[in-house]
Design a protein around this ligand. Structure first.
Ligand code: OAD
Length: 278
């Protein structure tokens, strides 16, 4: 690629990455959109069909379980089905490539595990992971495999063919509730009103306060406390680059989809001849 093809913000971002030693990538739902997982707040996002007032916290979920299990089943399926088949896209793979050049910590709000599947070595999941269940005390964890999630999806498909009661829904999703294990279990995901996952969150704050450059990718930056990370990075003297199709404020913005913007950016930063044609 000729550097003349690059516009000024892209060239600036490439230079910032090249001259940084410790980089943090702070990702949101947007980086997984091209893997077929809907975001939350875009026009086709989860919260359009399943309003957060009802579905983003335990109180609402439990109430829905008793009043409308059919609707809760539709929500669970909408969350887990895309994740059970999703593969990392070019955006995830570009972050894997970045890690071959610089120390990179990925801080993600996503629960889909796609950064790990792409091969990134240090991923801090501050909103938890759908691939884990936890005891209610938070002291014990177990893996929920992709095969189990796919199996739950199939069972939900099956029961949704005709009217059903809550007991059938609980049976269909029982691996997510720790069936066969002692005590009470739940998916290890953070809902509204809960503290962020630890030690991921404390480690994320430390990483951000000590990085030279923070890349935010595909997040609306509306959900706190995670959304405070870019400001924290800036306050600690780090450069901040935002990648998102929707520009949202001050700073250096590269507008576009992660899968389109990240690969040429990483290429320009580390692989291209910085004086011209590679
Ligand atoms: P949002 O849905 O709020 O924002 C998604 C962002 O991704 C928007 O800024 C989009 O413009 C952008 N986007 C869409 N497609 C993209 C693409 N192909 N490449 C890059 N960016 C793209 O999702 P989050 O910011 O992740 O928390 O939401 C934060 C939290 O709100 C979630 O972790 C979840 C949710 O409620 C909890 O449930 C605790």
């Amino acid at each position: 690629m000729n550097m003349d093809d690059f516009n000024q913000p892209q060239a600036q971002a490439a230079q910032w990455l090249r001259t940084s030693q410790r980089i943090v990538a702070f990702t949101g739902a947007g980086i997984s959109a091209e893997s077929g997982i809907p975001t939350f707040r875009d026009s086709d996002g989860f919260w359009r069909e399943f309003p957060p007032e009802q579905f983003a916290h335990w109180r609402g979920l439990i109430r829905t379980a008793f009043t409308n299990p059919v609707r809760l089943a539709a929500f669970v399926r909408a969350v887990i089905e895309p994740l059970s088949v999703a593969r990392p896209n070019d955006g995830h793979l570009a972050l894997r490539k970045l890690e071959q050049h610089r120390k990179l910590i990925v801080v993600t709000q996503n629960i889909d595990g796609l950064h790990q599947t792409a091969g990134n070595g240090c991923v801090l999941e501050v909103h938890g992971s759908l691939s884990e269940i936890t005891s209610l005390s938070g002291k014990r964890r177990r893996i929920l495999t992709t095969a189990q999630i796919a199996h739950i999806t199939r069972r939900l498909h099956r029961i949704q063919r005709r009217p059903f009661a809550l007991s059938r829904l609980l049976l269909a999703i029982r691996p997510m509730l720790g069936a066969g294990l002692r005590g009470m279990w739940r998916p290890n995901v953070v809902l509204f009103g809960e503290g962020l996952a630890e030690p991921a969150w404390s480690n994320a704050v430390t990483a951000v306060e000590n990085c030279d450059c923070l890349l935010t990718i595909g997040t609306s930056g509306l959900v706190y406390p995670a959304a405070m990370l870019p400001a924290k990075a800036e306050a600690s003297g780090a450069k901040v680059i935002h990648i998102d199709p929707t520009e949202g404020g001050t700073g250096l913005w590269l507008r576009g989809n992660a899968g389109a913007v990240l690969p040429p950016l990483i290429h320009a930063a580390f692989e291209a001849d910085i004086n011209g044609v590679n």
